[in-house]
Design a protein around this ligand. Structure first.
Ligand SMILES: *[C@@H]1O[C@H](CO)[C@@H](O)[C@H](O)[C@H]1NC(C)=O
Length: 380
């Protein structure tokens, strides 16, 4: 029970030494931290220096951690194309080549999902049960883009997607990304317009099996018009004939072209209108009202079926213009100020312009819109 004196002394020493050591350490710490401005003024930009050092180290880490992707990876935001529309695939490099758009890293590689700033989702490809939409959680910075180039009447109401999107891509002028082949203002007004050689008065490219059976405004108007004037009809389903260069060659050989839209909806003014403008042919439009067309092109560049009391008076007007070259040429005056660009007619490029425009948007702006109900906006 009683400890020996030697043991007691040892125990005392062992207790005192750590306590003493503690005091010495505390004293040294206090002494060191005591501000001594005379000797060491703090660096003026210590804050900024730290931040720079941090950003260097993070970028170094990023480069190392995903070396296979790093070869093509840049600082550009990633835009993931979730579905290939109608499986029409093109080379993403064409955005740069054809439109000089290079502001995003465009990919269809779904493994990049968690890093993608934008995910472009083609409406028509979404299944009714939504089972083919991304299932992993959406990163906070990611924006989903609703990709729909169809008219209101041709858009399927898929239930459950109304609140999913942050941006819209559509032909509508009030979409975030407004896809259209627009006229561009000429920088200089020299370079005279040369009218392409004309061999026909009035043409239409259409699936001719529909011509005599289909109801619908454009077909009934055509049938009425054809009673008063000859119309050259080219069958749109004859393969290859109207693809690529042939499309513009055919249209430019006609003085007038029936730019009849398949459905009549606000802003739904498609290549069936911009194509003839670019080909040097006067479009005769059937679609939304004239003033809607004038949002996109000069009022003197086209004829609207509603400008005429009926198909017969339109036919008479065209036959008069056919004999009056000076009056006909007035429909091309706009070429002094604007250029119309030819759309891409290659089958696989059908959606390229829209996809590249989305890439451009994601690359140059961080803006997005709160879209609580997509359909309330689109079907308005
Ligand atoms: C995008 O929209 C979704 C659904 O409304 C929302 O949860 C998300 O925060 C939005 N993301 C951004 C980056 O705005």
């Amino acid at each position: 029970m009683a400890s020996t004196p030697v043991f007691c002394v040892l125990r005392a020493i062992l207790t005192v030494i750590p306590v003493l050591a503690g005091f010495i350490v505390l004293f040294l710490m206090y002494y060191k931290s005591f501000p001594s401005p005379k000797c060491h003024p703090p660096p003026a930009h210590s804050d900024r220096l730290t931040k720079q050092a941090n950003s260097h180290s993070t970028s170094a880490v990023t480069k190392q951690s995903n070396s296979p992707a790093a070869t093509q990876q840049t600082d550009k935001p990633i835009m993931l194309l979730w579905f290939w529309p109608e499986n029409k695939r093109f080379d993403f490099k064409d955005c740069k080549k054809l439109f000089n758009i290079d502001s995003c890293h465009l990919t269809d590689d779904r493994s990049l999902y968690s890093r993608a700033q934008g995910v472009l989702i083609f409406h028509r490809a979404i299944l009714d049960d939504l089972s083919n939409l991304p299932t992993s959680p959406r990163p906070r910075f990611q924006r989903w883009i609703w990709f729909n180039v169809d008219s209101q009447s041709n858009t399927r109401r898929i239930q459950g997607i109304q609140g999913l999107f942050n941006l819209t891509l559509s032909y509508r002028r009030d979409a975030d990304i407004h896809v259209r082949w627009q006229l561009t203002v000429k920088k200089n007004t020299d370079g005279d317009f040369v009218l392409p050689k004309k061999e026909r008065l009035l043409c239409w490219i259409v699936d001719d099996s529909d011509l005599h059976t289909e109801s619908g405004e454009s077909y009934s108007y055509y049938r009425e018009l054809a009673k008063h004037i000859h119309i050259d009809v080219f069958n749109s389903s004859s393969a290859g004939l109207l693809r690529g260069e042939n499309y513009f060659l055919t249209i430019s050989s006609c003085k007038f072209y029936l730019s009849f839209e398949s459905s009549i909806d606000r802003d739904y003014i498609t290549e069936t209108f911009s194509g003839p403008l670019a080909a040097g042919t006067v479009p005769i439009v059937l679609g939304p009202p004239r003033r809607n067309y004038e949002d996109f092109a000069p009022g003197t560049s086209f004829l609207h079926v509603n400008d005429f009391a009926n198909a017969r008076t339109l036919a008479e007007f065209l036959l008069r213009l056919d004999k009056d070259n000076e009056a006909f040429m007035r429909y091309f005056n706009w070429h002094r100020f604007y250029t119309a660009r030819r759309h891409l007619t290659g089958e696989n490029h059908e959606f390229a312009h829209a996809i590249c425009q989305a890439c451009d948007h994601v690359g140059v702006t961080k803006e997005y819109r709160v879209m609580p109900d997509l359909y309330k906006w689109f079907f308005l």
